[in-house]
Design a protein around this ligand. Structure first.
Ligand code: NAP
Ligand code: MG
Length: 488
């Protein structure tokens, strides 16, 4: 098997700890193995990022922006390579991976330009002859911990604004999508100064944990599960280290009776089954007005039964496999538990016999309620449970009945329902009639058990700067409150 080196201080070197194997989710067979970074190599990467950060931040913004544009061009020039390896590692259809590569390039371009005009302010000063400069400064070295479901895009959500504002990064990809990240590392190596971007591979419990606890990482930017994120938040809390947490979700969709139920069904099927349901903002529970419930369910079942599962490299494939056996087993467990509680599967529900790998049929479930884990815990798989509601109060109460707070979607033509959604649902994003779409210009993120930060937009750039105040008396002059023989 070819050996896959890590990027440390601008140099490619093999990990010197134990190798780990990466499986292709569409076949279950190994793709390749990567040797993990040793603790010494992680230290070397953090030290390199620390050294590089001083000159990276001292450089003029146009210089940093030009390098960001070079990254974008590098990403575009490796578009097919990146989409190819991402398809093999994630199991997501190739055509979609091509789109995501374009989005990553867009993100680096967006932040290259936004950072040119992203400044601080001058606050009113106490006295004449003073300046109060409120300066936007980088945190320093960012530890970026990324999940496997969107290995490149979620990495870019962090790395693009972090670099643009003068931080350096040490990236720890999810073990399952390390190869994809190492291809992107080649772009960084060709475009950024040594040490500005480092990629170290290995398990979260070892390499990830070392980065979190490292005294020289100034901030941890994490996207992943609520369980792991809460643990990282606790460690960082002890160290008073700033922490970005983008965590799991249980996003509801509310389908009101003032829209076309057939069209809403189409939207919901997309929002639930995109990436085999492994999107943090997947629609994971659907509430439909009783008057259109039957028509809606029939259409959802019809559309779901027609979805084409298969090889992610086949251009006809709409849905690929789940990423791993563990995830699939958890979904099957939730389905079993729901059925024991009286739920009925009306489409899918099984492992397709004809496909190896970690496939699961897109599944529609009815007769569900909130006693079931399926309606309370994150599923992160291709399951769409549907419940009827009788009035708006009940719909909003059901949608709000969750510890999570990532997103929610509404299907309605009534402005008042939109207002109620954003006022009453404690979520980071409300989608109205167009679910699970990212707008790179607007903030994205969650509240409560779904996290504590916003990425993307101007807000996503603010998130990677810490404010410094320079209280500047233009001349050294005596102040009446300083100690002197006649002063107290
Ligand atoms: P995960 O298991 O929490 O892992 C995320 C990353 O953290 C991986 O790189 C992982 O490395 C690393 N990690 C694991 N344990 C660690 C530890 N103790 N210390 C430091 N790092 C550690 O999440 P996942 O299974 O990869 O991704 C799925 C989850 O991510 C879902 O819950 C999903 O909702 C969430 N997600 C949230 C968003 C959002 O923006 N809110 C977006 C996408 C996904 P290993 O791979 O080596 O374990
Ligand atoms: Mg994991």
């Amino acid at each position: 098997m070819p050996e896959r080196p890590l990027l440390i201080d601008g140099t490619f070197e093999l990990g010197s700890a134990e190798p780990f194997v990466i499986l292709n989710p569409a076949s279950g067979a190994p793709i390749d193995s990567v040797a993990a970074a040793s603790p010494d190599q992680v230290d070397t990467a953090v030290a390199a990022a620390t050294r590089a950060q001083t000159s990276w931040w001292a450089a003029a913004q146009p210089e940093r922006s030009a390098i960001m544009h070079a990254v974008a061009a590098g990403v575009r020039s490796r578009k097919e390579d990146l989409a190819d390896i991402a398809t093999r590692e994630t199991g997501r259809p190739y055509a979609r991976n091509l789109l995501y590569v374009d989005m990553i390039a867009d993100l680096f371009r967006q932040y290259a330009e936004l950072a040119r005009v992203h400044g601080g302010r001058i606050a009113p000063s106490n006295e004449a002859g003073q300046l109060s400069l409120v300066v936007r400064a980088p945190y320093g070295v960012i530890a970026a911990l990324v999940p496997w479901n969107y290995p490149l895009l979620l990495l870019a959500f962090k790395v693009a604004p972090a670099l643009a504002t003068g931080n350096t990064v040490v990236i720890k990809p999810a073990s399952e999508t390390t190869l994809t990240t190492l291809v992107l590392a080649e772009v960084f190596a060709a475009t950024t100064p040594p040490g500005v971007v480092n990629v170290v591979a290995g398990s979260g419990r070892t390499v990830g944990d070392q980065l979190v606890r490292h005294p020289d990482t100034d901030m941890v930017a994490f996207t992943g599960s609520t369980e792991v994120g809460a643990g990282i938040g606790a460690i960082c809390g002890q160290m008073a280290k700033p922490t970005h947490l983008e965590l799991g979700g249980k996003d509801p969709a509310i389908v009101f009776d003032d829209v076309d139920p057939g069209l809403a069904a189409k939207a919901v099927v997309w929002a639930s089954f995109l990436n085999a349901g492994q999107v943090c903002t997947s629609t994971e529970r659907v509430y439909v007005h009783r008057s259109i419930y039957e028509e809606f369910v029939d259409r959802v079942v019809e559309l779901t039964s027609g979805l084409r599962l298969g090889d992610p490299f086949d251009p006809d494939t709409q849905i690929g496999p789940m990423r791993n056996e563990r995830g699939r087993a958890k979904v099957l467990e939730q389905l079993e538990d729901a059925q024991a509680g009286g739920a009925k599967i009306v489409a899918g529900g099984s492992i397709p016999e004809e496909l190896s790998g970690f496939y699961l049929q897109p599944t529609v479930v009815v007769d569900v309620d909130h006693t079931m884990e399926l309606m309370r815990e994150e599923t992160f798989g291709p399951v769409l449970p549907i419940m009827a509601f009788d009035d708006d109060d009940q719909a909003f109460a059901l949608a709000a009945d969750t510890p999570f707070g990532l997103g929610a979607s509404c299907y309605t033509s009534t402005p008042d329902r939109v207002r109620r959604a954003y006022e009453q649902l404690k979520v980071g994003t409300v989608w109205v009639n167009d679910p699970v779409v990212d707008n790179l210009a607007a903030p994205f993120g969650g509240m409560r058990a779904s996290g504590n930060v916003r990425e993307l937009g101007l807000e996503g750039m603010d998130a990677f700067t810490s404010m410094r105040h320079v209280h500047w008396n233009m001349q050294l002059e005596d102040k009446p409150w300083w100690y002197g023989p006649d002063r107290h």
